[in-house]
Write a protein that binds this ligand. Structure first.
Ligand SMILES: [Zn+2]
Length: 310
C-alpha cells in the first residue's frame, strides 16, 4: 500500500490551546487523562463510606492523610496511577488541592493542621510557628475545637512574638466555629454544585502545557465552524498557499500568484492583497454597508472583524 505523506500544518500545542488563548479548544488527551485521574483522590475523600474507598484507604492507610499528603509517587498498585497524576499536575504548576475546601460539621474527618478548611490554606501553612511546636500534628478538627474554642496541645508555651500572635489568631479563628452532628463535607470551590469539575482542571492543565497564542479569532456561533477554523489557520499562516507549500519543502514550479502574477502567493496576498481578492472584498464591504478597508494582513483583518458591533 502506498503511504501518503501528510503535511501537519499546525503545531499540536496550538490546536489544543483554549479558544481564549487562540487555539481550537480541542484539549489534549494528556490533560483529560490527568484531570480524570486526579478525581480519584477527591472521590476517596468524599465517598469514604463506599466499599472501594474503604478498601483503598485500608490498603494505603489513607485515613489520617490530608489531600496534599496523598500526592506521592511511592504508592503501588492501581492507586499509584492516580497519585502520580497528582504529582504530575503539581509539577505543571497547578495546585488541585487549593480547590478543595472542607465545610466543618462534626470535625471528625478533617485534619486540623493539614487539611484546607478555613482561610483557603491549611493551618500548618498559615501558622507555621505554632504548627512547629504542636504536639499532635495529625490532630483532627474535633480534637482542637471544643465548646470553649481552641484546645491547644503544644510542646511548650509560645515564646516568640510570632508564636504568641499566631496563638491569638488561631483562638479567634476557632471561636467562630461550632461543631455539630453532621459529617464534614468536602466541596470543590469553583463548582455550583460543590462537586469535582474534571473540565475545570482539564482546561487549567491545557492552559499550562499549551502554547499561548495572540490571535483574536471571534468564535461566533453564527459563523460555521469550518470558516472560523480556516480563519484560525490563515492567522497562523497554515494554509496551503504557494509560499506555504515551498516552506514545507513541496516542489512547485513557482510561488508567484497564479491570478495576478505580480507577487509571491503567501497567505496575506492570497486572501487580501491580490487585486482579485481586493475586488471581492470591495463588493462584500459594499454589500454589508461597511466602508472600504485597506487590510494588508490577516491580523489587521481579524482585528477589524473583532471590532464589528463595537
Ligand atoms: Zn495575486
Amino acid at each position: 500500500m502506498k503511504m501518503m505523506a501528510t503535511i501537519h500544518w499546525v503545531a499540536w500545542d496550538k490546536v489544543i490551546a483554549s479558544k481564549k488563548e487562540g487555539g481550537l479548544g480541542v484539549g489534549s488527551v494528556r490533560a483529560a487523562n490527568l484531570s480524570l485521574l486526579s478525581k480519584w483522590t477527591w472521590r476517596v475523600k468524599t465517598e469514604r463510606e463506599s466499599l472501594w474507598s474503604k478498601v483503598i484507604s485500608g490498603i494505603h492507610n489513607l485515613y489520617k492523610k490530608s489531600f496534599s499528603n496523598l500526592a506521592k509517587k511511592t504508592y503501588g498498585g492501581v492507586w499509584s496511577n492516580a497519585m502520580k497524576a497528582r504529582v504530575d499536575i503539581k509539577e505543571i504548576g497547578i495546585d488541585v488541592d487549593s480547590f478543595f475546601i472542607c465545610r466543618i460539621g462534626d470535625g471528625k474527618s478533617t485534619m486540623f493542621w493539614k487539611d484546607n478548611w478555613t482561610g483557603n490554606r491549611p493551618l500548618q501553612i498559615q501558622f507555621p510557628g505554632i504548627f512547629d511546636i504542636s504536639n499532635q500534628k495529625n490532630s483532627m478538627v474535633k480534637d482542637r475545637i471544643g465548646t470553649q474554642g481552641y484546645i491547644g496541645n503544644l510542646k511548650r508555651k509560645p515564646r516568640t512574638d510570632q508564636e504568641k500572635d499566631e496563638t491569638q489568631q488561631i483562638k479567634n479563628l476557632c471561636s467562630s466555629y461550632t461543631l455539630n452532628q453532621e459529617n464534614d463535607r468536602w466541596i470543590f470551590k469553583t463548582a455550583k454544585d460543590d462537586d469535582f469539575q474534571v473540565n475545570h482542571i482539564r482546561h487549567l492543565i491545557d492552559s499550562k502545557i499549551s502554547c499561548p497564542s495572540v490571535g483574536k479569532i471571534v468564535w461566533c456561533n453564527l459563523v460555521p465552524l469550518e470558516v472560523t477554523c480556516f480563519a484560525w489557520r490563515a492567522y497562523h499562516r497554515r494554509i496551503p498557499s504557494a509560499a506555504g507549500l515551498v516552506n514545507r519543502g513541496i516542489p512547485i514550479p513557482s510561488t508567484q500568484c497564479q491570478i495576478c502574477n505580480e507577487e509571491s502567493e503567501d497567505v496575506d496576498h492570497l486572501l487580501l492583497k491580490c487585486r482579485t481578492a481586493q475586488e471581492i472584498w470591495k463588493k462584500i464591504f459594499l454589500w454589508c454597508g461597511l466602508s472600504d478597508q485597506n487590510l494588508s494582513n490577516i491580523q489587521n483583518f481579524l482585528d477589524y472583524e473583532a471590532s464589528w458591533g463595537d
